[in-house]
Design a protein around this ligand. Structure first.
Ligand SMILES: O=C1O[C@H](COP(=O)(O)O)[C@@H](O)[C@H](O)[C@H]1O
Length: 228
């Protein structure tokens, strides 16, 4: 895709406070009046990446989502696809890919007509200070995985070391992606990925490799955007 066309699909929104960012992103969905206004039975929830730890562990992404969002909203439990925490990394990745494949067969998840990979409606991504997204870390061979839908890592530079993750072809087949960064910790990575013209190379960091088939929006607060 031409760089100009790619830029048209990428938006950056900067908010004065993290609270304003959260409202705009609709994280307030779990609170009245929004919580009562949605048909939650239509929601299907997946994890882009997960740490290989029990679901109740403080490092668990499932726990984070459950405590902060899922426990407040009536999404049917059968539509919440947590990663199997009884399996080791390799088995958990295979199991999760099979889960998504079954949902493709049942037509719950469509395939992208462009890439042939699953096309999720919305992905919500964070970014680490090193520019990683999901469990795709700078310089790691997993960045080049182009066959698997879900894979695993046993040497994550950020603890815990064992994780499973969606691959870039799946992430980049999404219809809409929101990358959310708040606070000063990621300011350098934000500058490298979104800043212009100092030769750092926008796509040398995993976050710079993110694109969407529909639209990619970066939601930043003032601190995160302070070097743009
Ligand atoms: O390890 C992870 O890191 C990224 C970014 O998280 P942050 O705590 O540095 O903001 C996150 O998006 C990913 O899901 C997670 O597993």
């Amino acid at each position: 895709m031409a760089a100009e066309e790619e830029m048209k699909k990428k938006k950056v929104e900067i908010f004065d406070t993290e609270e304003e960012l959260a409202v705009s992103l609709a994280r307030k969905l779990k609170e009245p009046p929004y919580v009562g206004s949605l048909d939650w039975s239509k929601w299907h929830v997946f994890w882009l990446d997960e740490r290989v730890v029990p679901k109740g562990h403080p490092d668990s992404n499932y726990k984070l989502a459950f405590d902060g969002f899922l426990s407040y909203v009536p999404i049917p439990v059968e539509n919440v696809y947590a990663i199997n925490d009884a399996l080791p990394a390799e088995g958990a990745a295979e199991d999760y890919e099979n889960c998504v494949r079954q949902l493709v067969t049942k037509k719950v998840v469509p395939l992208s007509t462009i890439t042939g990979f699953p096309a999720f409606d919305l992905m919500l991504l964070g970014m680490g200070p090193d520019g990683h997204v999901a469990s795709l870390f700078p310089g790691h061979p997993l960045l080049n995985e182009n066959e698997r839908w879900v894979t695993y890592i046993k040497d994550s530079p950020k603890p815990p070391p064992e994780r499973i993750t969606f691959t870039f072809p799946v992430i980049n087949s999404s219809k809409y992606i929101a990358v959310v960064v708040a606070g000063p910790g990621e300011v350098e990575a934000v500058r490298k990925v979104l800043g212009s013209g100092d030769g750092d190379g926008h796509d040398s960091l995993p976050a710079g490799m993110v694109s969407a088939e529909g639209e990619l929006t970066w939601f930043l607060d003032k601190d995160a955007a302070s070097k743009l």
